[in-house]
Design a protein around this ligand. Structure first.
Ligand SMILES: [Zn+2]
Length: 298
């Protein structure tokens, strides 16, 4: 679905008040207008300090932020909406420090907001499964030297990377997963979550990747490092882009939260042709109900 491109001034005009932002949330929750779950009344007033709609007839209160990334937030929705706009329009990904300055909040608050926005990004992409011709490889992130396996795994985290390869159009969608080890189990779980079954999947001949053959049409080839980029050209380009993204914007990422940054990279990469639409797309992803659990967000 095409989304409108919105300029900074238009955003300010559209989402300049708590009421306007709440109305946008309400549109997602009640596409046909407010509906009281207790008495069925269609009239309500908004209590902006608590992000609540109160039924005008029976006074029942409904939280407009329940089930979204804004749940239980003390930050104004206007600030949240700006965070979304700034995140979406900063090409390389905005840092918590920069966001904190723009919004007039503490670094920690900005950092937490960014984590939740990344969660919405991940949730959006989790719906999609890669298909067609796919290149799949592993890489290592962190430590003194990022690179392939075999350079000493100390302080590094393995990442599984898959990308759709269109013969004439180049790369399609990509998916990445940080794992503890590259094993049959982690590869299988990645395939199940991120790929449709029965696709054509190219890999090098790493033993842990033989499991690809159980659910996919697996093409594998033993490749010496200097030839790896010929056999799997696109996935190597993507891995290079991802590492530049991690070092450029975030100056090295704590490996504990690596997956969140990978999620942001993939979200942006997968929408690189729709850049002007990104603020509205990201807003939509954030307004949708995201399962926010303590396990996911400590
Ligand atoms: Zn009511």
């Amino acid at each position: 679905m095409k989304m409108p491109a919105v300029s900074l001034l238009e955003w300010q005009k559209k989402f300049g008040s708590e009421e306007a932002c709440a109305a946008e949330l309400a549109k997602v929750r009640w596409p046909d207008g407010f509906f009281c779950p207790r008495c069925g009344s269609r009239k309500a007033s908004y209590i902006s300090t608590r992000h609540l709609y109160q039924c005008s007839k029976c006074r029942h209160q409904v939280s407009i932020t329940a089930g979204t990334i804004f749940h239980a937030t003390k930050i104004s929705l206007v600030k949240w909406f700006w965070a979304i706009y700034l995140t979406a329009s900063d090409k390389g990904g905005i840092s918590a420090l920069r966001l904190a300055k723009h919004l007039g909040v503490s670094w920690l608050t900005a950092y937490r907001m960014l984590r939740k926005i990344r969660m919405a990004m991940a949730h959006r992409d989790s719906i999609y499964r890669l298909k067609g011709f796919i290149e799949l490889d592993d890489t290592y992130v962190g430590g003194k030297r990022s690179g392939k396996r075999g350079r000493g795994a100390e302080g590094k985290k393995p990442v599984l990377v898959a990308v759709e390869m269109h013969p004439d159009k180049g790369a399609g969608f990509t998916a990445m997963k940080a794992v503890e080890t590259i094993s049959h189990d982690t590869v299988q779980s990645f395939l199940t979550r991120k790929l449709l079954t029965g696709q054509k999947v190219k890999t090098d001949a790493l033993p842990a990747l033989t499991v690809v053959g159980t659910s996919q049409q697996h093409e594998k080839k033993i490749t010496p490092p200097e030839e790896a980029a010929k056999w799997l050209p696109m996935v190597h380009v993507i891995i290079g882009n991802m590492k530049a993204f991690l070092t450029g914007t975030f100056h090295g990422v704590s490996l504990k939260y690596l997956q969140e940054y990978l999620d942001e990279f993939c979200y942006r990469f997968n929408r690189r042709f729709w850049e002007p639409e990104l603020p509205m797309r990201l807003l939509n992803a954030c307004l949708a109900h995201v399962p926010v659990t303590k396990a996911e967000f400590g």
